[in-house]
Write a protein that binds this ligand. Structure first.
Ligand code: 2AM
Ligand code: CA
Length: 262
């Protein structure tokens, strides 16, 4: 049997240590490179933080596999066993330009089922975390179960990218949704936006393109807080592929799906 209590305590210790190192990096110069396009950034801190987690996981839990954004983990092609899905820095563009609105994101899945999730907002020292069947917390405070929210009073996380002509989704219905909700916000970190849905700072979050490391931790935390996470047409998220992601409070999720997404 997997000892989730031990894993939980260990991850929290590692996350604090990673946070200390990332905070220290603010005063040293970064090495910045572009990946798939000039706006897709990676820094030495992303790579060093991923390496920090991988080395620790390999030594403490050698039978577990690791899917990491920066590719230093394993080539994971199935969800069998225990898999750590890690984004060492989600919101790298914010990290580089703003030194805020970024987070460490970790989801730990067993045979495809989320067991532990963590999103650490280093600058605000806010650790959002969840354990399957036990609930979700921000630091030591339990997150109350999300309640039904109507569209008219909802605050929706959505990037302007999806409200202009794009190749992933016809924007017209989303433009109408953006008009109908009370307000929209865009933070540039999928992990933080999911953490905000879980904690009620946002009522919903929509994106057309997220990778497993962007949503693995957040999906778990939103679900343990009573929210719903699906693809844009209400289907199951595939933990090994890029997905459109729609997370929201109950009620709001069904209403938006029915009226704006199908
Ligand atoms: P990142 O900072 O770890 O790259 C807003 O840009 C959000 O989308 C961030 O969480 C960012 O994660 C993620 N993101 C950026 N480009 C992406 C891409 N091409 N595919 C999937 N997710 C992406
Ligand atoms: Ca990243």
């Amino acid at each position: 049997m997997t000892n989730w209590t031990k894993i939980d305590q260990t991850v929290k210790r590692w996350i604090q240590e990673a946070g200390t190192n990332i905070r220290a990096s603010f005063t040293s110069s970064l090495t910045i490179q572009a990946k798939s396009n000039p706006n897709d950034l990676v820094t030495n801190v992303d790579q060093e933080t991923e390496r920090f987690f991988i080395e620790n996981i390999r030594s403490e839990f050698p039978e577990h596999r690791i899917l990491g954004e920066e590719g230093q983990g394993d080539r994971v092609q199935s969800l069998d066993g225990v898999i750590w899905i890690i984004d060492p820095i989600d919101g790298t563009m914010n990290f580089v330009h703003q030194q805020r609105n970024f987070a460490v994101s970790i989801g730990i899945y067993e045979n495809g089922i989320g067991q532990l999730g963590y999103i650490y907002d280093i600058v605000h020292d806010e650790l959002y975390h969840a354990r399957k069947g036990h609930g979700a917390w921000m630091n030591d405070t339990p997150l109350p179960k999300l309640e039904k929210a109507p569209v008219e009073t909802a605050i929706l996380g959505i990037s302007a990218t999806w409200l202009i002509n794009n190749r992933h989704f016809n924007q017209e219905k989303l433009v109408q949704l953006a008009k109908d909700v009370r307000g929209t916000r865009s933070y540039g970190s999928a992990a933080l936006e999911l953490a905000y849905v879980a904690s009620g700072r946002l009522d919903g979050y929509i994106t057309m393109r997220n990778a497993p490391w962007d949503f693995a931790g957040g999906k778990m935390i939103v679900e343990e807080a009573g929210g719903i996470v699906s693809t844009i047409d209400g289907g199951e998220i595939d933990m090994l592929s890029v997905n459109p992601v729609f997370a929201a409070a109950p009620g709001l999720h069904q209403d938006i799906l029915k009226k704006y997404l199908t």
